[in-house]
Write a protein that binds this ligand. Structure first.
Ligand SMILES: [Zn+2]
Ligand SMILES: [Zn+2]
Ligand SMILES: [Zn+2]
Length: 484
């Protein structure tokens, strides 16, 4: 009850300042003004999901609020206020508002019909000016109430005058993008449950909805075949016309697990969606796709054959649905610098739609040959102790890579693993100098061996005085110990 009355008091003050202070509009009939304040209250109560009081009860509640609280009414205790609300019902018996006037000091004076004069209300002093209103704001953000049924207000930045208005359709804050489900799309309001432009998806041959661009079905024109043993299906070719291509997850109730050799080679497609069901991408499957810009790769891929993305010079973005640890273990079929990794052509690599600039491995037991071959945005790599081997060409050509953390379980580093990593300055190694010497580091890794190498020491007091460099973690970040 107290909360309600406080709310009511607030709304009355809003109303008063709107009606009596605003811009010289003092001529209206008092009853009409009071009624307008009442309507403001009704709209506010409804927008809060409350049942508004009748006009009489409301008038009475004003009396109860003002009359019993007196000058220092704000400090009235909860219980008394609640009771007064009930007492206020006596207002039905004839106590209403007789007049609303300003006294000589500019305070608002309300006289009741029983000639009780309520304590004068101080009004803000206003000078003539053009109001500079802020944005329209809403009293409530309960999304069940449509924006057009809410009360909005805005406040003059100079004099704090408040304007009120009931909402309208224009007050919806519609998003710029569609929201979708499997069958339809719509535009939602950020503030309420209103949806506009809801309709079923209408896909074209590509399988994308022509309105919202959602993926609705696989692209028309992909040729599938059953595997020799009849346990899965594979993509063998493409005769469609759509440039953006979505591969199906199933074909005749069999999982589509493989993209056959050269299935899309030299096609003028611009993007490819490889579903999670695919485990293998065949030899030269997308080779010389001169317009291929975007690859969306499922999490099931275990092996990408040589030349799979060979000469895809327009390839810009690779979106991967798996984890970075899964990626590190994919077999890219490195062989004399031929491999299947699209990152050697792509500029940007995304996992969970986040651009990858640092690699932090937690579960991978190896880093495959060519796993990050030529990925220029990579600046930092942290391996957990799970990693046992770093493959050939794993980070070759990552010319912005500056720091690498290597676990003490690593036993081998393949040739060219860090070839061309010209920015590599710091190697944080979890083991000792003796452990490091036992790692089998193949040829062409001078960027790794010439970088400043730090050995791990947890406590400063344990740092050996042997001229080597040591590191520890500060807030999870490998940091060199600075010797005193
Ligand atoms: Zn103003
Ligand atoms: Zn809305
Ligand atoms: Zn759609």
């Amino acid at each position: 009850m107290k909360k309600f009355l406080l709310t009511l008091l607030t709304i009355i003050c809003l109303g008063c300042s709107l009606l009596f202070v605003g811009c010289g509009d003092n001529g209206a009939n008092n009853d009409d003004q009071i009624k307008q304040v009442y309507y403001t209250y009704v709209a506010y109560a409804e927008s809060n999901g409350e049942t508004p009081m009748s006009y009489e009860d409301w008038l009475a509640s004003i009396k109860g609020e003002k009359g019993d609280k007196g000058d220092k009414g704000d400090k009235g205790d909860t219980g008394a206020t609640g009771q007064d609300g009930t007492n206020g019902l006596d207002g039905k018996d004839g106590v209403g508002i007789k007049s609303v006037e300003f006294d000589e000091e500019g305070r608002l004076v309300i006289t009741l019909t029983n000639d009780t004069v309520l304590p004068a209300i101080e009004m803000p002093k206003i000078e003539e000016h053009i109001h500079d209103y802020g944005d329209w704001l809403v009293f409530t953000v309960d999304e069940d109430i449509p924006c057009e049924n809410r009360m909005f207000y805005r406040v003059c930045k100079d004099c704090s005058e408040i304007q009120l208005k009931k909402g309208s359709y224009e007050d919806h804050d519609f998003e710029n993008v569609y929201t979708t489900d499997d069958s339809s799309h719509w535009i939602k309001c950020n503030n309420c449950i209103e949806k506009k432009d809801k309709a079923e998806h209408i896909p074209d041959d590509s399988g994308y909805c022509t309105t919202c661009d959602a993926m609705v079905h696989a692209t028309v024109g992909i040729i599938y075949d059953k595997s020799a043993d009849g346990t899965y299906a594979e993509v063998v070719g493409y005769e469609g016309t759509a440039k953006r291509v979505i591969i199906a997850e199933e074909y005749e109730n069999l999982p589509v697990k493989s993209i056959y050799n050269e299935a899309f080679s030299s096609k003028d497609i611009t993007s490819i969606v490889i579903p999670d069901s695919i485990t293998n991408i065949g030899y030269a499957a997308f080779a010389q796709c001169d317009y291929l810009n975007t690859v969306i790769m499922g999490s099931g891929v275990e092996s990408i054959s040589r030349f799979a993305f060979y000469w895809c010079f327009q390839l810009q973005k690779v979106y991967y649905n798996g984890t970075i640890d899964q990626w590190a273990e994919i077999d890219f079929n490195y062989n004399n610098s031929d491999h299947g990794n699209p990152l050697s052509y792509a500029d940007e690599f995304y996992i969970n739609n986040i651009l990858v600039t640092e690699v932090k491995l937690t579960t991978a037991s190896k880093i495959s040959d060519a796993a990050f071959y030529g990925y220029n945005l990579l600046t930092k790599v942290e391996m957990s102790d799970c990693v046992k081997s770093i493959g050939s060409f794993a980070f070759s050509g990552c010319n912005n890579l500056t720091s690498v953390t290597i676990g003490d379980s690593v036993t081998s580093v393949g040739d060219y693993a860090f070839y061309g990593c010209g920015s590599l300055t710091s190697v944080y190694y979890k083991g000792t100098a003796e452990d490091w010497d036992n790692i089998s580091i193949e040829n062409y890794n001078s960027t790794l061996t010439n970088a400043t190498r730090y050995y791990y020491v947890e406590n400063e007091t344990d740092i050996p005085n042997d001229g080597d460099n040591y590191w520890h973690y500060i807030d999870g970040v490998p940091t060199a110990w600075v010797k005193d």
